[in-house]
Design a protein around this ligand. Sequence first.
Ligand SMILES: [Zn+2]
Length: 299
Amino acid sequence: MARRRSGARRLITVAIILGLAAVCAMIVHAFLPAPLYIPVGPRAEMSDGACMEYGPAAGNRGPLVFIDPGHGGPDPGVIGATSAGKTVEEKTETLAVALLLERRLAHDGFRVVLSRVRDTSVVRVTPAYLSGSLYSVAGEHADIEARIDCANAVRASLLLSIHFNGYSDPSVGGTATIYDDARPFTSQNLRLADIVQSSVMSAWARAGITIPDRGVTADSSLGSPTITAQAAAYGHILLLGPAAPGWLSHPTTMPGALSEPLFLADGPEATLADSALGRNLLAGAYAGAISRYEAGRRS
Ligand SMILES: [Zn+2]
């Protein structure tokens, strides 16, 4: 009887200690400085959490670079699955890499503006931009234009857009980088794309990971299916491409590249994309590529 009572007392003591620990953890968490993102760019058209600079950037005197985690909010991008069958969404994977990359670039002395820092659209969504829970064609267009407006407004020296690929055949995989070949700064686009592609491939090789090298491709020769005849006639990736009357009035004003490092429809590649290893390898590869590109431009 006495032993049972002491056992119960011990249980109550443990419960009190655990309860106190939980309360302490909550209090400590409440006083930890939250990551401080400063809204920049043209705010009226932007969603909360879009077009943000991590601050304070005091002491960072390097170039200001624009990092664009693809998709977000109503636009999941490619939906794939890991080898274990876990569903992965492109918008989640791009953001995870972009936030790691931002920290690395800040550490290397760059100023960084992100198109978004949460699972949001970049454009402020209106009913006209939605079709059910997803973007309408107008919404998709407006969201990319908002990314362009952010990059231009902060006068970024370069733009890197992070995406993941998808294909109906799950055996298709590999790393690709896309650039636009119809801009006044096409040679810089190509140089950036080449450096990004080789940096990502080197990161895979150093880690002993075999991923097919799909190379660097101009967006004009992609020939991928587009949702409207107008988009097909344009023939470029809106984020990187030139102005076109009635379609895009204010194109990006700086060199840029779009990286598609892995296929989310391919189980092993989706597993890598969704892992801490894969995310850190990509963030390191992009940070190294941006440093190399900027160093080459200044020399
Ligand atoms: Zn994408």
